[in-house]
Design a protein around this ligand. Structure first.
Ligand SMILES: Cc1cc2nc3c(=O)[nH]c(=O)nc-3n(C[C@H](O)[C@H](O)[C@H](O)COP(=O)(O)O)c2cc1C
Length: 154
């Protein structure tokens, strides 16, 4: 199965990119930004992983817009990954919204992986940030385990 990992990572820490690279290595996949995806890459991919940091309780709009612009993706698998300073709350289920969009595009949805990521944005920066040191070795190991779970869907 050919996997493509599409990621935007906006903060200087590149937290989500580190997770994306780990998933990419585990799944033998190319890791690219939405701008870098070519029609040939899309045509080749049987499975697409999409992820970003969480900004203002949402996935990066650049990633979401890219997904909205995709043609019918029936017959392909999709998974989600993210990093955020704080865990997702019931107030805003951003992963569920993205899952819904992927299903609307025809993907078979195979799961989501979330990790904490160092957050030095705004007032958090003044206290040295939250989720310091994340993603760490344990988070990267969890990402590899998630990749193994994704492989089992074949
Ligand atoms: C502008 C901005 C807004 C953010 N909003 C949230 C948020 O709503 N919830 C949260 O848990 N973390 C938030 N964060 C923290 C990021 O989700 C976290 O640092 C993430 O790991 C960044 O990923 P990246 O390095 O790939 O960009 C925000 C960070 C920035 C810079």
């Amino acid at each position: 199965m050919t996997t493509l990992v599409v990621c935007t990572s906006r903060s200087s820490h590149q937290n989500t990119r580190r997770i994306a690279d780990e998933l990419g290595a585990a799944l033998d996949a190319r890791v690219v930004t939405p701008d870098e995806v070519t029609p040939a890459m899309l045509a080749d991919a049987d499975r697409i992983g999409v992820g970003s940091g969480i900004y203002w309780m949402s996935f990066d709009p650049r990633l979401v817009e890219w997904i909205r612009g995709l043609p019918d993706m029936s017959g392909r698998d999709a998974f989600i990954f993210s990093t955020s300073g704080l865990p997702e709350t019931s107030l805003r289920r951003y992963t569920t919204s993205l899952e819904k969009l992927l299903r609307q595009k025809g993907f078979r949805y195979v799961g989501a992986f979330a990790s904490r990521g160092l957050d030095t944005w705004g007032p958090f920066g003044m206290v040295g940030g939250v989720s310091r040191g994340r993603p760490d070795a344990d988070d990267l190991a969890a990402a590899r385990r998630f990749a193994a779970e994704v492989q089992r869907w074949q």
